[in-house]
Design a protein around this ligand. Structure first.
Ligand SMILES: [Zn+2]
Length: 106
């Protein structure tokens, strides 16, 4: 899990503490690669279940659509780039989400 100074109890928190969400850990050595694909133009309704902190240039979102889950990656630079994973049943994608946040896959 990403470390977040704002969430850690203690006296050395800068004031006012900014709110931070989840931070994805940097990829570990030997991490597995996720195949990131161009977003499909499916017309189904996408609900974002979880997302990582907005303070990073790259945001990951765990999305649900049509009974399946996928992860969307938004890279904000000069140009915004959006990529998505394949769609999987909830249990498998939730597992991938946790592994992504811990840096096991990237
Ligand atoms: Zn943050």
């Amino acid at each position: 899990m990403g470390d977040c100074a704002a969430k850690r109890p203690g006296a050395d928190i800068p004031l006012p503490p900014p709110y931070h969400g989840i931070h994805a850990s940097p990829p570990r050595d030997g991490h597995k690669k996720i195949s990131w694909m161009k977003p499909t133009n499916r017309s189904d309704r996408v609900r974002v279940r979880r997302h990582t902190c907005e303070c990073k240039a790259t945001i990951y979102e765990l999305c649900a659509a049509g009974g399946l889950l996928f992860i969307r990656r938004t890279t904000r630079g000069k140009k915004v780039e959006i990529r998505e994973t394949e769609r999987l049943v909830a249990t498998r994608m939730e597992e991938l989400w946790v592994r992504l946040l811990s840096g096991e896959v990237h």
